[in-house]
Design a protein around this ligand. Structure first.
Ligand SMILES: Cc1ncc(COP(=O)(O)O)c(C=O)c1O
Length: 395
């Protein structure tokens, strides 16, 4: 690439070699997309000298999240992983308790099970990549008969598709199981008109750098239970009992979001609807351009759901002309980032001892799936570049 570019005066060999043609500039899977307002809000935070942890922007960000999700109480945290961890702690998961969850997820949604020394049980997914609630229902009935019910069920809103929480929460209520919705990837998504996470005992969100909106790094835990969210804030700030000296009757974590990160989040919340609209439009363009190729399909949206389409996910069946890794390499050669679908947790060495319930759905998605560049800041000509390349590669 770079060798074809004209020599730029004043650049040494290394700098010259790093140049890429404008048509080959790096396209990321999903990069931060600032609206411009975030900087003003960060400056406000600086002016008020609320640079240290917490401050008015944290309150504003929590209020904005609560308004958007319809969940009454929200604690802004340093990560989505921390949010899941706090939820498990608040659910009073003890060593040896079973925690059930979706196998097809990112490690951040599953590793906290180990932090609490609980026993993970992993479930296969449905055609939308969401935990198979038929399998969960059957397994709950069996566990109930055996007197071995799980303490917690974690459902995952994969790539912005939202789990039917009416059904999941009814099942959990029937058996006294606590429901945590890992909605890290589904900020801005809806199911039957309600926000991702609404209806669970706890909902966890992520605002890390590649999410639909970002605070550079961060997360949040939401619940309709005020006491639990107050307790989450307490645990997230080192469990400091109210005393002038530092007094601790339990241990906590350093998990709160800083006022500076929250200022970015306040600005990002203002454009969330636009970000969802753009990602959905990108998905539609991929689908319109490529759905008729041999054995190519896209991750379906559940009936009743409006996904944020955080990442556009394409599948290549056995009759497709190429495999996902061929496509990934072809795009990488043109400086375009793609990724496989998450490797399911039951196939990860760290979960080798975990019980897995299900068949080949999650495994197939991993083998056949590809996450395409989906950032809302991708220009139309850049999207066309990806689609053209995909079109050629899939022919
Ligand atoms: C499904 C899922 N759960 C949990 C997390 C963890 O969030 P964070 O990276 O903010 O810790 C992520 C994303 O990173 C995720 O995709």
């Amino acid at each position: 690439m770079s060798s074809e570019l004209p020599r730029r005066p004043g650049l040494d060999e290394t700098a010259q070699s790093l140049l890429v043609a404008p048509s080959e500039t790096k396209l990321w899977l999903s990069s931060p997309h600032m609206s411009g307002r975030e900087l003003e809000l960060v400056q406000d935070a600086f002016k008020s000298n609320f640079v240290a942890p917490l401050g008015p922007m944290v309150d504003r960000f929590e209020a904005a999240l609560s308004a958007d999700t319809g969940i009454a109480h929200v604690a802004a945290l340093s990560s989505g992983t921390g949010a899941i961890h706090l939820a498990l702690r608040l659910a009073e998961v003890q060593q040896g308790d079973e925690v059930w969850g979706s196998s097809l997820t990112f490690i951040g949604g599953a590793a906290p099970i180990f932090y609490e020394k609980a026993v993970p049980v992993l479930f296969d997914c449905d055609a939308c990549g969401l935990i198979d609630l038929d399998l969960v229902e059957e397994a709950l009935a069996t566990a109930n008969r055996l007197g071995r019910l799980p303490k917690v069920l974690i459902t995952t809103d994969l790539y912005g598709n939202v789990v039917d929480l009416d059904r999941a929460s009814a099942l959990c209520r029937r058996y006294g199981v606590i429901l945590i919705s890992d909605s890290a990837e589904a900020v801005g998504s809806k199911f039957k008109g309600r926000a991702a996470g609404y209806g669970a005992d706890f909902a966890a969100y992520s605002f890390n750098g590649n999410k639909i909106i970002t605070t550079s790094g961060g997360g949040a835990l939401a619940s309709d239970n005020k006491n639990l969210i107050e307790r989450a804030r307490f645990l997230a700030t080192q469990a400091r009992d109210p005393a002038p000296h530092y007094q601790h009757t339990t241990f906590g974590y350093n998990y709160r979001m800083s006022n500076i990160c929250a200022a970015i989040g306040v600005g990002q919340m203002e454009v969330l609807a636009q970000r969802v609209a753009r990602r959905r439009a990108i998905f539609r363009q991929y689908q319109d351009a490529l759905a008729l190729k041999n054995d190519v399909s896209f991750l379906p949206e559940p009936v009743g759901g409006v996904a944020n389409r955080w990442l556009s996910v394409l599948f290549l069946g056995g009759d497709a002309k190429v495999t996902p890794s061929v496509v990934m390499n072809a795009l990488a050669a043109h400086n375009i980032e793609c990724r496989p679908v998450w490797k399911p947790m039951h196939l990860q060495p760290v979960f080798k001892d975990a019980r897995f319930v299900g068949g080949r759905c999650a495994g197939n998605m991993f083998e056949r799936g590809l996450c395409l560049p989906s950032g809302s800041n991708m220009r139309d000509d850049e999207l066309a570049r990806v689609i053209d390349l995909l079109g050629v590669t899939l022919n």
